[in-house]
Structure formats: C-alpha cells, structure tokens
Ligand binder design. Structure first.
Ligand code: NAP
Ligand code: GCO
Length: 266
C-alpha cells in the first residue's frame, strides 16, 4: 500500500456548515492531512467565529456565508471556490438541523425546513459540485447521515426521513457517478456531544444527569457520547485514496449502538 494513501495533500475540501461541531472536527482533521479547507455557514457571525477558530488551530481556511438550501447561493459559492483554487476534490455535506417535535404536532413548514436542510441541500450542493469532479476525473463526497438513517425515535420524524433519504441519495450518487471515479459514501455518527445534542445532555435542576444522557450511555457499548474527534479518522479514510474502491457505503461511527440491544437494568 502507498504510504501516502491517507494523505490529503493538494486537495481542496469543502465542509458545509463547518464553523463548529462535527464539521469543524472533520475539517480540522483534513487540514492535518494536508487539505485546503473551505467552509460556509448560514450565519455571518458564526462564519466569523469559525474563521477565528480555524486560525487559532493554524488552519488557513477559506470561509463564507452560504445557505445550502438556496441553489443560487450554492452555485455562486462553488464558483468562488473554483475561481480561488481551481478545483474541489472533497465535499462533506455536513450542514444539518433537527427539530424535536411530536409528528402530529409538527407544522408542515417545520417538517419541510428540516428536509430542506438535511436532504434537499445535499442534493443541491452535490449537483453543483459533481460536474467539476467529472471534469477533473475524481471526487469524494461524504454525506453526514445519522443513527436516524436506520432507526426512528419519538419527535424526530422529519430528521429521520431526511437522514434516511440522505442514505439513499448517497447510494444513488455512487450508482450514477461511480463511473467518473467519484466515490460517494456516508458517515453515520452515533450520539455526538455538539451544540445540536446539548439539549439532550443538560443537567437536571437537581443536578442529576438528563434522562436521555443516561439512555444513550446505556445504549452505547462504549458507555459514552462520541466527540467530533471520534469521526476524524473515518472521515479522512473516506476522503482519501485509501477508500477509492469504497462507494455507496454508510460507515457508522457510533460506539456500537446499532449492534447493541442496550445495557440490561442492574
Ligand atoms: P450543529 O452543531 O447544529 O451544527 C450544524 C451546522 O450546520 C452549523 O454550523 C449550522 O450553522 C449549519 N447549518 C445549518 N443550516 C444551514 C444552512 N441552511 N446553510 C448552511 N449551514 C447551515 O450540528 P452537529 O452536531 O455538528 O452536526 C453536524 C451534522 O452531523 C448534521 O448534519 C447533523 O444532523 C449530523 N449528525 C449529528 C449528530 C450528533 O449527535 N451531533 C449525530 C449524527 C449526525 P448555524 O450555526 O449558522 O445554524
Ligand atoms: C436526537 C439526536 C440524534 C443525533 C444523531 C444520532 O435527537 O435523537 O439529535 O438525532 O443528532 O442524529 O445519530
């Protein structure tokens, strides 16, 4: 095996929604492996904060504001990347939202907004980037799926539908563009400690653990929440030449949740 199989030297990697959280963790690992980082955020202040955070880690990232649900903004942002760097080698469709509302109480607009960000946006962004990957003869797309690409739970109907759809979009991009040396895979994180899951980990008024916190620790053989750092190795693998014959695969990085019935009550 080539000793540089995991290197990302000379690659341009766009991580959508990469100002913090999982996206920032993955982008930081890509930078360590030599990639030029590009990221966007919906919110100018957060994009600013992201720039600062990358700088503090010594990463010269190219960042900007782009709403990934808006096709025109995405096309303009892709053109900015091509004008600046000439190519986009790696795309991570990371930007995502969740709304935890019982389905029968959920407004259609809320359902649509989650689907827009978690499923339609990866379609929009991939559709804008793939022609450039075809032209250059290679490309890596990594879609950030979820446990909810495989499992349901109360209050997350829109998110599960979006992430389930994202799993199949991943397989379809593999099917349609694998012939152009484009590999499209997913990463399915388990429960990761980021702002998105902060409400599920909040200490109770009496100082005890959030019931969901206890639940997840019992459902995870590792007995802990994951961190963005836990996703870095798998992401580098799927972004590098080491995975050139891996396509349409969802790599679950979940500490064993999907394999485990859950800790029996003591
Ligand atoms: P997060 O902390 O909520 O960060 C999400 C990022 O996406 C933020 O930077 C957010 O920007 C950005 N974003 C949202 N809507 C956007 C839009 N329309 N255009 C551009 N950027 C947008 O989430 P996270 O926990 O890091 O999760 C990242 C991804 O992993 C998501 O797809 C999530 O569904 C998935 N995931 C998370 C977990 C977990 O346990 N945390 C597990 C499995 C999968 P703003 O801050 O400006 O809103
Ligand atoms: C939830 C959580 C999960 C995680 C993640 C699990 O409310 O159940 O937010 O959805 O974000 O997707 O893989």
């Amino acid at each position: 095996m080539d000793a540089n199989a995991f290197s990302l030297k000379g690659k341009v990697a766009w991580v959508t929604g990469g100002s913090y959280g999982i996206g920032f963790g993955i982008a930081s690992a890509f930078a360590t492996m030599g990639a030029q980082i590009v990221f966007n955020d919906l919110n100018p202040e957060k994009a600013e904060l992201g720039m600062k955070a990358y700088k503090e880690k010594g990463i010269d990232a190219f960042g900007g504001v782009c709403d990934v649900t808006k096709e025109e903004q995405v096309q303009e942002f892709v053109q900015k990347i091509i004008d600046k760097f000439g190519h986009i080698d790696i795309l991570v469709n990371n930007a995502g939202i969740i709304k935890r509302i019982p389905m029968t109480e959920m407004a259609v607009g809320d359902f649509r907004q989650v689907i827009d960000v978690d499923l339609v946006a990866p379609f929009i962004v991939s559709k804008a980037v793939i022609p450039h990957m075809i032209k250059q003869g290679h490309g890596k797309i990594i879609n950030i799926c979820s446990m909810m690409s495989e499992l349901g739970r109360e209050t997350v109907s829109a998110y599960a539908a979006g992430k389930g759809g994202l799993k199949m979009l991943t397989k379809n991009i593999c099917s349609e563009y694998g012939a152009y040396n484009i590999q499209c895979n997913g990463i399915g994180p388990g429960y990761i400690a980021t702002p998105q899951t902060a409400p599920l980990r909040e200490k109770q008024p009496d100082g005890s653990m959030h019931p969901f916190d206890q639940f997840i620790r019992a459902k995870t053989p590792a007995g802990r929440w994951g961190t963005p750092e836990d996703l870095q190795g798998p992401a580098v693998f799927l972004a590098s030449e080491a995975s050139d014959f891996v396509n349409g695969h969802i790599l679950y990085v979940d500490g064993g949740i999907l394999a485990y019935i859950g800790k029996q009550p003591q």
